[in-house]
Design a protein. Structure first.
Length: 247
């Protein structure tokens, strides 16, 4: 490097809520009837937001499969006001997975333009996800038509370590063969994604699609189309301390 110039060689992304839109409120409403819950889509939407905020305070279970069932048990219980059993939540999860196989998760409208831009600049791209397995993440990306962009996929279920633990971010960066200060992480949860990546030494931003973009701790963006600008700002910052507003 010359002087204080820095190079962002890699950009890493969260999966759900960042690259793919996992909110299928109408579909979840239909599936809830299979376990005898009559839930309007907006009721599920409010519960989804509440449980996502809870999840950002800490994972429900380090075992990925139990964690998925517990997530949906809490969401359905919150939406219905009825304590849903793990067995009922398991039936819902199985039905949801079958629905996803038939109806792949859509990508957000800003995803391909962002990935195309970063790829054209020869940035390495990767996904780091709290998920059941690397194979499942790859399947979702493949069905969405964006797997080809990513050199590495790292899943908590396969690694045995979950975000916000710094280790999972460091493993992803090491596999890309870049330093942590040469990587930017983008995710939709402030603590789990942005602060977790920052604690691992990466630059990071919080993708808050419903926000104002004015938050600074962690730094907030509202669209993936802002990511190339963030990269340029980091690369032109005059010194390490100047990037503090983007970390």
């Amino acid at each position: 490097m010359i002087g204080n110039a820095r190079r962002i060689r890699a950009v890493l992304f969260d999966l759900g809520g960042t690259l793919v839109d996992e909110r299928d409120l109408a579909g979840w409403s239909e599936l809830a009837r299979l376990i005898y819950l009559d839930l309007a889509p907006e009721m599920i939407g409010h519960a989804y937001a509440e449980v996502e905020a809870e999840l950002d305070e800490g994972p429900f279970d380090v075992d990925p499969e139990r964690g998925v069932v517990e997530y949906w048990r809490r969401l359905l219980s919150t939406a219905s006001g009825i304590e849903v059993t793990p067995e009922a939540a398991r039936r819902f999860v199985d039905a949801r997975r079958a629905r996803e196989r038939a109806h792949p998760l859509p990508v957000y409208s800003d995803v391909r333009r962002c990935l195309d831009h970063l790829s054209a600049e020869h940035r390495q791209l990767a996904v780091v996800s709290n998920s059941t397995s690397e194979a499942r993440v790859r399947q979702i990306l493949d069905q969405a038509g964006i797997l080809r962009y990513f050199e590495r996929v790292v899943s908590s279920g396969t690694e045995g370590v979950h975000k916000p633990d710094p280790e999972i971010f460091r493993r992803a960066v090491a596999r890309l063969k870049v330093r942590v200060d040469e990587a930017l992480y983008v995710g939709n949860l402030p603590r789990t994604d942005a602060i977790g990546a920052r604690n691992a030494g990466l630059h990071s931003v919080w993708l808050h699609r419903d926000g104002t973009g004015l938050g600074s701790d962690p730094p907030e963006i509202t669209s993936l189309l802002e990511v190339p600008l963030v990269v340029r700002q980091l690369e032109t910052a005059p010194g390490p301390a100047a990037a503090a507003g983007l970390k």
